[in-house]
Each structure stands twice: as C-alpha cells, then as structure tokens.
Design a protein around this ligand. Structure first.
Ligand code: ADP
Ligand code: ZN
Ligand code: ZN
Length: 677
C-alpha cells in the first residue's frame, strides 16, 4: 500500500483571510493538479481545486484530513489556467482560492462526481456540427491584410485602431479563422452583454461548422455551466463573452480579441477588482498567442504603450464602403440670447432646424444625453429645500412618468411630494434636464414627430431594448433620445444626425478619466451616423457646449484622436497620474465616517516605507454615503508597478487583525488600478 498523497488545495477563504494560502489535505488516490475536489473545512465540506502536490511523506501527514470527494471525471484545469489565476490573485491581492472559485460556474459545485461524469460523457459525445460551406468573405482591404499579416508574424500585443465601420470585426473574424485552422480556440471579449448577440450572429454566420459559446452574466446557471464545459472540454472553438470570459478554461487557446478595449466595463467593480483587458493581454502573452485590442479611441494606457513601442498599432484609417465619419460641428451655446430665469433651451434653434430637415427627408436623428430621469433634482424656491436622499449624500432624481423621486445610488423611491416638505410651498420646481424631460420638450418642439427614448428606465423589462431597437431599424422612429446605452455598437443605418445635448459636465468632473470617456463616447456616437455610404456625405454630429475652445471638442471635430491623446497624456504626466504612475485605493465602509477614517489611519500606521511608494491621507469619495453606509478611501501611488505590488503584498495581510479593533467597520477592500480616484 502506498502512503496517501499530500495535496495543496485552493479553497474559498473569506475575503482577505490568509492571502495566498493553500491548505494541505491527504488523498489515497493520486490527484493531478487542477482537479476539482470537496474538502473538509471546519465542520463543512467546501469546494476546492488541487493546486499542486505537497511535500511527500512529511512527518505530519498522519494529521492531515483526507479529501472528501474528488471530482476527477472533469479533466483537470490546465496549468495555464492556474497560472492566470495565480497572477490575478497576486496582482489584485486576493486569495488564490477565492479568485479561482469565484470565476468558475457556480453550478459546478452542485454536482457530485457521478453527475459530472454523466455530463462530461454527454458533451464529449456531441457530434461535430455538420460541415457547412462558409459564406463568401469580402476581399480584404490593404490595411486589413497588413494587420493580419502583422498578427501572423508576431505575438506582440496589437492595437487595432479604427473607427466604427473601418472593418475591425472583419479582422477579428479572419484572425479567428487562422487560429481555428491551426486547430486552436479563439476568445473574443466584448464590453457589454447587449453587444454579444450581434457579434455572436456574425461569428456564427462566418463559422457555420464550428461550435461557438458565450459567457456572460445573462445566461442561466445551467447555460453558463454547459458553455463553460464545452470550452473546457475543447468542444467549443469560439468563446465570446464579457469580462468574466477572460477566465474561460480553453486548453487550445490560440487568439485573444478585446473589442472596444477602452471600455470601463472591462474592469470588475466588485469582489476581486480585475481588469479583463489587462488580464487578456497577460493571458495571451503567457500562452504565446496573439492578442488584438480593438478601438476607435484606445485607452490612454494602451495608447501610451504604443508610444513606448511595447504594443504595435495596426491602423484602419478608412471606413469601408466609402462611408465617412460625420462632420462634427461644435455649437457655442454662449451665442444664444440669455433667457431670463428659466433653463436654457434644450436645443439651439439651428439645431432644431437641422432635426426638422432630417425628419422631412425621412432620416433619423439621435440625441445623446447622459442623464436619465426628468430632472436631477427638485428645488423649493421659498426655502431652498432640495430633493436629497435621506440615505445617501446625493440628490434624488425626479421621474415624471411615475411621479417619483428616485435615488440612483441606493434605489430609495418615494412619490413626489405635492408641496415642499419643509415649508409647504406648492411651487417646487425641477432643476436641470434628463432624458425624460428632453423627450417631453421635443414632443412640444416637433409636433407630429415620432420620438423614442432608450435608457435604463425604458429597457428594464426583458426584450424591451430589442423591441425598441427594432422600431428604430424599421424606420418607425424619427428622433431617438438616449443615454450612452444607444451610443455603443448598434448599427443604425438611417441615422444621419447625432447631437450631444449637454456633454460639458465631464470636462470639469473630479474623475481624471472623464475627458477620455467623453471623447470615446462622442466618437462612438458620431460613429452611429454616416454608416450608409449613400447618406454619409450629409451626416453630421453637433455638440452643444459652453466651452467650444476646449481641446476635446477641437480634436473631436478633426477626428484627431492622436492629438487629443497627446494633450491628455501631457496633463496626466505633469499631474503624476496613470499611465505615468500606478495607483491602488484602499476603501473602507463603516457606520460612520470617523470609524472608516480611523481604520484607514491605523492602516497607514502599519505601512512600512517602501522606496517610491506614497500613501495619502484618507478622504471621502465623491459620493461618500450610500444606503446609510459611510465610505472613505486612501490612495497609494508609485511610479513603479513592482514597488507598488511589493508594498501591497507586505501591507494588506497586516490589516486583517485591525478589523476587530474597529467596531462598526463593515468592509474594506483594495482596488488595484482603480478606474476613478
Ligand atoms: P468595425 O468592426 O470596425 O465597425 P466591420 O468589420 O463591422 O467594422 O465592417 C464594417 C462593414 O464593412 C461591415 O458591414 C462589414 O461586413 C464590411 N466589411 C468589412 N471589411 C470589408 C471588406 N474588406 N470588404 C468589403 N466589406 C467589408
Ligand atoms: Zn420649501
Ligand atoms: Zn440613496
């Protein structure tokens, strides 16, 4: 009889408990690294993954608890997958077990080995899809061919830089085709669930004989498990999904694509706060396969890497089919006569005329306003009462349709009061304008026009977004009002006018990435117009602004991303902001701001000096109280990524015992490479 094997197993430990720790167990049966197991922890059995073999015949082996169950019917998770998890957990400062188990399909842990064996056998018996003749592919443009040639000759990360309609997706399709022909799998990441069906349809049409699976949060748990297993077993050749899909188990990975790589949705904002874009690059590099980052407006991080020669830029400079980017006109709102007291008009008169002309011609207009609801705040002129949220440090938004005041942070909703709750004044007035009000005003300004609104409020019910988009496509809508939701991805053929109604707030936001986001949003919105060559010449984008001289609008008007990026990067450099520095935020949530600050101050006291790492004093974030929880945060900054990593790895484990000293502290977490500070 051979001695039991000692195994180091990754289990899900509570947040921050024993960062990096694996637990040792004994197994009679030899188990390969990557095997799923159930192991006793305290009085329960918990899921785990065999990470590596422990030292054999150690003296203490007799005391080791045995593995409760080995789920050995599932082929072990690959070394490459475990390396990705190890890197992620190290970089974002989470335990390996927490990281690994949080990215596996939850259904997996409900199965015992017998059930699993049945599933695996069933999926492995799936016949290949019937061979089908792929559709005819368009001949590549010179630029597309050059991009593909570059991809075939080097695995250096590549930025595929081109506006909407410049043929990026065609490059993804051809690159995927090359990977499939090599017998490999391709992984394609998109920022939003809404964008997956379109892309899925294009890939499915191009590769009719290949199995394609999606991975995103709208799948049912059963679908998610099935899709995950198909990729893991190598039955699926293409995996398409949102940020979560970066962790798909793909034993034959041959290509990674990140579409709209600049999109903030690639950053996970809960739990382990990872960037799927950055991990995609790491994963491709580790696997020695090409990675393609596509965007019209790359993130400044990616752009800076191109400037430094670490990434290559593959440019697609023209729209396919001679579509041109619409002419951008910056309208100076200061030219409008000052209206007394009341709000400025929603639309400058020349702009209203431009919309009317479109309606007469049977063309569509898209009005972009990134604020839903009727008005962001209600106000009493008599006593200065405002519609604050009692649970948050934020205003509640007036929604006229259902006459509610709603907090967009905590969800707290009440009927709109008839009179001022403070002084009884009957004349309480909305201040500012959201999409609901814009829609109402347009109704009055454009009698007879068919106006539709798409935002988070009109698309809450399943299927409503699709129905609304279908109406736009069918030409049943003249003017579409929407938030950033409509700016992304949708291929509206009949839109020839795009209007940014009020983009100025982003120019002066405290978030240092706000201008970058605004530029991307406006370029993307502009890309909605002029996709049809026949109408391209007449397509326009209007930007209403009180700051027409701002660099952002000047470079936007010239479609000159490089000039915009150079300006922003110069500002970032002089301010010591990313990508010229590396940041982490330590966030604390507590019953009072004092408790949160006290915890962070204690944490500061434990910070050992690491050369080149700065720890700043605790400050409240821009919305400090949400749902009666007070939040404070503390910035850690370094010009050296390794120094920051070393510092965090030494510091964070010491914060665990602090918790007990701060009654009323609810949560704390670290956010490496935060989106906003
Ligand atoms: P993007 O992803 O940059 O928005 P697409 O790849 O979707 O661009 O291309 C825009 C349109 O042009 C699509 O309808 C696509 O089928 C078509 N297209 C792409 N490449 C070519 C090509 N080389 N020849 C002809 N049509 C093309
Ligand atoms: Zn009042
Ligand atoms: Zn609230």
């Amino acid at each position: 009889m051979t001695a039991p094997q000692r195994l180091a197993v990754a289990v899900e430990t509570p947040q921050h408990a024993a960062i990096g720790a694996l637990l040792d167990y004994a197994s009679e049966q030899p188990l390969a690294p990557g095997t799923l197991v159930r192991v006793p922890l305290g009085r329960r059995d918990v899921p785990g993954i065999v990470w590596h073999r422990g030292a054999e015949h150690a003296a203490s082996d007799a005391q080791l608890r045995p593995v409760a169950e080995a789920l050995a019917s599932l082929p072990p998770l690959e070394d490459a997958w475990r390396r990705l998890i190890e890197f992620t957990s190290g970089y974002y400062q989470r335990s390996v077990g927490e990281m690994a188990l949080s990215v596996l399909p939850p259904e997996l842990r409900k199965l015992d080995d017998t059930m699993l064996a049945r599933r695996v056998a069933k999926l492995q018996r799936l016949p290949p899809l019937p061979p089908a003749t792929p559709p005819e592919r368009p001949p590549l443009t010179t630029e597309q061919a050059a991009a593909l040639e570059a991809l075939a000759t080097s695995t250096q990360p590549a930025l595929l830089h081109g506006v909407t309609g410049s043929g990026k997706t065609e490059v993804y399709l051809r690159a995927a085709e090359a990977a499939l022909e090599r017998g490999q799998q391709a992984l394609v990441l998109v920022p939003e669930i809404n964008l997956t069906p379109q892309l899925e349809a294009r890939f499915a049409a191009r590769f009719p004989g290949r199995r394609l699976v999606s991975q995103h949060s709208a799948l049912t748990p059963a679908q998610r498990l099935r899709h995950w297993m198909l990729a893991h077993l190598g039955q699926a050749d293409l995996v398409l999904g949102t940020r979560l899909a970066v962790f798909a188990s793909m034993p034959r990975l041959g290509l990674v694509v990140v579409d709209e790589e600049h999109d903030p949705s690639f950053k996970q904002q809960e739990g382990a706060r990872y960037s799927a874009r950055d991990l995609a690059v790491w994963r491709a590099h580790d696997a020695g396969v090409p990675v393609l980052l596509g965007s019209a407006t790359p993130s400044l991080e990616t752009w800076q890497r191109v400037q430094e020669g670490r990434y290559r830029r593959l440019a697609l400079t023209e729209r396919i089919g001679h579509g041109v980017m619409p002419r951008v006109r910056v309208f100076d709102m200061n030219r409008l006569p000052k209206s007394k007291g009341s709000d400025a008009p929603a639309l400058a008169p020349p702009l209203l005329e431009a919309i009317k002309t479109r309606i007469e011609r049977g063309e569509q207009s898209l009005l972009l306003l990134n604020r839903r609801g009727y008005a962001p705040v209600l106000h009493c002129g008599a006593c200065a009462w405002k519609s604050g949220c009692p649970h948050c440090s934020a205003w509640r938004v007036f929604h006229k349709l259902d006459r509610t005041l709603r907090c967009h942070h905590c969800g707290f909703t009440e009927r709109v009061p008839r009179a001022c709750p403070e002084c009884g004044n009957l004349d309480i007035a909305p201040i500012g304008r959201g999409t609901e009000k814009l829609e109402e005003q347009l109704g009055a300004l454009l009698p007879g026009a068919r106006i539709a609104r798409i935002d988070a409020d009109t698309t809450r019910a399943k299927g409503t977004l699709e129905a609304q988009l279908a109406a736009v496509h069918a030409g049943d809508v003249d003017v579409l009002v929407g938030t950033q939701m409509v700016a992304k991805g949708h291929d509206f053929r009949r839109i020839t006018l795009v209007v940014a109604v009020n983009p100025d707030s982003a120019l002066f936001a405290s978030d240092f990435r706000a201008p970058e986001r605004l530029f991307a949003l406006l370029m993307q919105a502009a890309g909605r117009a002029g996709r049809d060559a026949a109408q391209a010449a007449a397509s326009e984008m209007w930007v209403q602004t009180w700051h027409p001289q701002h660099l952002l609008f000047g470079t936007l008007a010239k479609h000159d991303f490089a000039a915009f990026a150079a300006g922003q990067l110069a500002e970032r450099k002089s301010a010591g902001l990313p990508p010229f520095s590396h940041l982490a935020l330590l966030r604390a949530e507590a019953k009072t701001a004092e408790i949160a600050a006290a915890f962070l101050n204690d944490a500061t006291a434990l910070a050992e000096g690491e050369a080149g790492v700065g720890v700043y004093p605790p400050v409240p974030p821009s919305v400090s109280r949400v749902a009666d929880v007070e939040r404070m945060q503390m910035l850690v900054e370094s010009s050296s990524r390794p120094a920051l990593q070393r510092f965090l790895a030494g510091w964070l484990p010491q914060l665990l015992p602090l918790r007990a000293r701060h009654k009323g502290l609810l949560r704390w977490a670290v956010d490496v490479d935060p989106l906003a500070i």
